[in-house]
Design a protein around this ligand. Structure first.
Ligand SMILES: [Zn+2]
Ligand SMILES: [Zn+2]
Length: 396
């Protein structure tokens, strides 16, 4: 086995989050060379996903080396969030150096980082029921899988975000948490596929496995919701209802195959579950995807599904630890479920999506509304509040 292809510490710029609600500071950090089974990546582009904002607010973090392999650990939410920290979990970069033992990757390869791995051997990977690999799990400790960080600032440890930390000129990633991409893929499109759009698409494709001819509703038309619409269209859904309080999302939804649009801020005082039923002859929809993370919408989604066989899929992450739901739809046979990353497996499923992306099967340019440089990263949070904004690309 060859040694790491670099033994040099790199000093580079990164956007650091120093505390809850504080603006990010672009500062010089030190990024160590990759250890065994790790790669160091020169980030080219990144983008902002809703979950980054939750992490900037300090949620959710769990104790030291824990990871999402049991509910018990998930509930161990610390009162003290992890700072200083480099956020960002969407992006695309070029492999700068590789650690000992890394196979299948070379310097110069283009990769997208992921926050889940897929070993294809553990109980979960073999179950066919979940993408939550037990060997390469979702890590919320802010550290590498070995419990240490490769980032520091003036000797002080800098926490990372999951296995990604893409808002930095360089980042070190365990090689089990990246997917190599074809160089012909548009880099901004690849960045969108590393979380948001894929999460939505996967929820319709892999998690719900939407049937041909079925009716679908999607609450929240950001990149995740638009991905769910695209996934439902590809699955052959005949009616796809989009719900968003922002009128400008109507044309975005239509570009991805939405057939009906509901703006709840319109003239109706009805709850959105009733508005969805009105569009389906009172029956409700076969599948409803909740993509906003707003707790009360989970129950609205559940009430909007067909009695007995409707499925509600919770896709958006929120800050409320619990969600009250009306139990009647469940007792009558309805299904309420959720997944991380739309149930997509990074080795089995994500390359299929990337292939579709390479063949330009998705209108992903519709997502790309703004671009900033890493120096101007704080503008991203303001841009996201604008009605026409879907995705902000950050040039690293
Ligand atoms: Zn995300
Ligand atoms: Zn596994």
């Amino acid at each position: 086995m060859s040694k790491s292809s670099s033994s040099q510490v790199i000093t580079c710029k990164a956007a650091i989050c120093w505390g809850i609600g504080e603006p990010l500071k672009v500062e010089e950090i030190q990024v160590e060379p990759p250890k065994s089974f790790e790669i160091r990546v020169k980030m080219l582009l990144a983008s902002l996903c809703h979950t980054d904002i939750l992490f900037a607010k300090g949620f959710p973090t769990v104790s030291t080396t824990s990871c999402l392999t049991s509910y018990e650990l998930c509930f161990t939410i610390l009162k003290e969030p992890l700072f200083p920290r480099v956020l960002g979990h969407e992006g695309v970069g070029e492999v700068e150096s590789i650690g000992e033992g890394v196979k299948d990757l070379e310097e110069g390869d283009l990769v997208i980082p992921t926050y889940l791995g897929e070993c294809q051997e553990c109980e979960n990977c073999k179950s066919g029921k979940t993408n939550l690999c037990l060997k390469y799990p979702l890590i919320l400790s802010g550290l590498m899988p070995d419990g240490t960080s490769r980032m520091s600032i003036n000797g002080r440890k800098v926490y990372q975000l999951t296995t990604c930390s893409t808002w930095s000129e360089y980042t070190v990633i365990n090689a089990n948490y990246v997917v190599k991409i074809n160089p012909s893929i548009d880099l901004s499109h690849a960045s969108f596929l590393s979380c948001g759009f894929s999460t939505g698409f996967g929820s319709a494709w892999r998690e719900a496995n939407v049937e041909r001819g079925s009716s679908v509703a999607v609450i929240g038309l950001g990149a995740v919701g638009l991905g769910a619409i695209e996934g439902a269209r590809k699955q052959g859904a005949s009616k796809i209802i989009g719900i968003d309080k922002n009128e400008k999302k109507r044309e975005k939804g239509e570009a991805f195959g939405m057939t009906d649009f509901i703006n709840p801020e319109g003239n109706s005082q009805k709850p959105i579950s009733e508005l969805m039923k009105d569009l389906t002859g009172g029956m409700g929809v076969d599948y409803c995807f909740e993509c906003t993370g707003v707790a009360s919408f989970v129950n609205e989604a559940l009430l909007a599904t067909k009695p007995g066989k409707g499925e509600t899929i919770v896709v958006g992450a929120g800050t409320d630890p619990t969600v009250p739901v009306n139990f009647l739809p469940l007792v009558l046979g309805g299904t309420l479920k959720g997944s991380v990353f739309g149930g997509l497996k990074i080795k089995s499923d994500l390359p299929i999506l990337l292939d579709k992306c390479k063949n330009k099967e998705f209108p992903l340019d519709e997502l790309f509304t703004h671009e900033v440089t890493l120096e101007d990263i704080n503008k991203t949070f303001e841009l996201l509040k604008q009605p026409e904004c879907v995705k902000v690309v950050i040039k690293i």
